[in-house]
Design a protein around this ligand. Sequence first.
Ligand code: ZN
Length: 319
Amino acid sequence: MASLGVIGMNGPFVPPLIDRHTHLEGSLDPDWVRLESERRGLGLPASLETLWSGSPVPFEGFIEAFLFGASLLDSREAVREAVLAVARRTTASGGRGFDLWASPHFLVVHRGQISLEDFWLGMEEGFSIAAALGLRACLVVDAVNHFGPRHGHAVLDLVLPELPIFVKGFSTGGLERCPFRDWAPVFERARAAGLLIAAHAGESGPGSNVRAAVLEGGVARIIHGIRADAETLELLAERRIPVDVCPSSNQALAADVDPHPLPRMLLAGVRCALGTDDPGVIPCDLATEATAARGMGLDEQAMARLRQNGAEDAWCLAD
Ligand SMILES: [Zn+2]
């Protein structure tokens, strides 16, 4: 980590800026998506155009837009291009690394649109180019919570036999419909295989899911967690559980959580950091997320804390 940081004007070490949470399928470059759609004779979904224009759509519209991008990831070249879109966006906003989520099982088995071999090759090529640009990166394999633990085991059946070294973690995403206690055996299996465990919790589901993910699922990292109550924030702080917060995504997909709880979370001592989530669908980058955080009233000390947490708990910087 230290090698990526810089010494500030006044001497103190400034930790590297890391995008702590972004999805491969939701991070495509809009120009590439337009060109690729034209080449294939596909019309863009209206929901995607609406989101690109900065206007909200219902949650189903977001899913439609997200899945449209995912449908284009059907070759090694397309996967490589998707990783490069993340790399370029990270670099352009001053970032030095990213923890990237992706759902290989969805693309390879559920949709059957790419082989696992081509998926890994595209990832590997993208990560190699990102490394040449001076970026650190790792992959977190995402499973779909609402498909349930059998699906979780199927994801592990797919990826564990020949796990590339850039895969550092396993996570659940999707709708928070399946209780985390039911996911515990899947998480345990992933942990036994050497993976770090995260979960999207307290975003589409209630704040109690955050507590359950930690206490019943044993997860080491929470994505969003914005519906957590004061008692749960205390638990997260006590256990030093990292929480990835993505203001633009939260505003678009969890607009009822208002005001955004980030200042309250930091005040409670929760190790929050910023991520972009789906910047190819909901336009944003690390700079807009920092601006949004400042707009919530965070002072420079709190902003520095976000950046420090972002680096200290990043899996892409972990050895
Ligand atoms: Zn996410």
